[in-house]
Design a protein around this ligand. Structure first.
Ligand code: PLP
Length: 375
């Protein structure tokens, strides 16, 4: 049996060795609470603030603009609820957002902005949805399912023109591994990231809140994070996130080139090997690690079971709602036909993906699809 191929890096990544090494001392020897005043606390405070400088630098922000959170989900929620509380109005988000943005928008009675068949936002339709009553606009930088990178600078320009009082929130959780977020999200008022998607630990995230932009805290208590997010700081987690961020930015260009070539070989190989296979979205507009395909006549869940048994760890784009498997809201918004959406497969590559992983998937996926089609 060959070594399994982990192709679910969009779900989560292994921690980078640099991040583990940076974290360990703060779990045991340097365990201080950074809010205290004695030497042990001061040591933790110093580490927290040094990590903040690194995170700020990697995100193109000032250290004072960084709010550490306990997840990407919390960062998204803080941006949307926190901005809306300060400036009540209509919240608009793209139809392909992660649930961490979609659900807060729904709770606030917001509106969805449609996307084009390639998954990018329909800027003309966005223009029509926006108006002076809109106070928050959320458009992700890269999609978690199909990998589409949004033209964020164009979105910001449209928002400034049509809803000048609104703030722009961007969920950069899936983008950070592949995209220069500092440049791409420069115009956004809020930028959310999550450490476990780029080689950091789970349960740590950050939100950039641009200077002068108001946000109401959701978690009240000791007033940490300049009163924007209370709770004892996760020093070890934040230190590890900073180390993972630094390494990701340092290696990004090379990773994108190497993994992008692997992804192309995987996608092209599967498109050639499986009859009726189609690629979702436009490859040139996706992050380098995303390979999203649909196979008509196959159910994603059954495909995943066979792939799991073959040692290929992947994900589907469908969600199980009240017992019925339906294509995801992302595929529906892109206008992917239902029959195709039901047979969706997401193979997400990462910095540790190898040629052997791709070879295994190239052998296992066509075999599994053929088996399911015979049944
Ligand atoms: N936003 C996007 C685009 C994601 O892919 C995810 C994770 O799947 C999240 C937000 C949530 O991040 P976390 O797992 O840190 O809560």
């Amino acid at each position: 049996m060959s070594v399994p191929a982990y192709l679910d890096n969009a779900a989560t990544t292994a921690m980078r060795p640099e991040a583990v090494a940076a974290m360990v001392p703060y779990l045991r020897d340097r365990f201080g609470n950074p809010s205290g005043s004695h030497a042990v606390s001061r040591e933790a405070k110093k580490a927290l603030e040094e990590a903040r400088d690194v995170v700020a630098d990697c995100l193109g922000a000032d250290a004072s603009e960084i709010v550490f959170t306990a997840s990407g989900t919390e960062a998204d929620n803080l941006a949307i609820f926190g901005a809306h509380a300060v400036r009540p109005g209509v919240v608009v988000c793209s139809a392909v957002e992660h649930h961490a943005v979609l659900h807060p928008t729904e709770i606030l009675g917001g509106a969805l902005a449609p996307v084009l068949p390639d998954g990018t936002i329909d800027l003309d339709a966005l223009r029509l949805v926006l108006g002076p009553e809109v106070s928050v606009v959320a458009v992700m930088l890269a999609n978690n399912e199909v990998g589409t990178v949004q033209p964020l600078a164009d979105v910001v320009a449209v928002v400034r023109e049509r809803a000048p009082g609104a703030v722009v929130v961007t969920d950069a959780v899936q983008a950070f591994s592949w995209v220069d977020v500092a440049a791409a999200a420069a115009g956004a008022d809020f930028v959310a990231v999550s450490a476990h998607k780029f080689g950091g630990p789970k349960g740590v995230g950050a939100l950039v809140v641009r200077r002068g932009v108001q946000v109401r805290t959701m978690i009240h208590g000791g007033g940490q994070e300049r009163d924007r997010r209370s709770g004892t700081s996760n020093v070890a987690g934040v230190v590890a996130m900073a180390a993972a961020m630094h390494a990701t930015v340092r290696d990004r260009e090379a990773t994108v080139a190497r993994v992008g070539a692997l992804r192309d070989r995987l996608a092209d190989g599967l498109l050639a090997a499986v009859e009726g296979a189609a690629e979702t979205g436009h490859r040139a507009r996706k992050v380098a690690g995303n390979c999203h395909l649909t196979f008509p006549g196959v159910e994603s869940e059954a495909l995943l079971v066979l792939l799991d048994a073959a040692g290929v760890y992947a994900a589907a784009g469908s969600a199980c709602t009240s017992g019925a498997v339906e294509p995801s809201h992302v595929l529906a918004a892109m206008g992917v036909p239902r029959e195709r959406g039901l047979g969706a497969l997401r193979l997400s590559l990462g910095p540790e993906t190898t040629d052997a992983d791709v070879d295994l998937a190239l052998a296992a996926v066509p075999e599994a699809v053929a088996r399911l089609r015979e049944e």
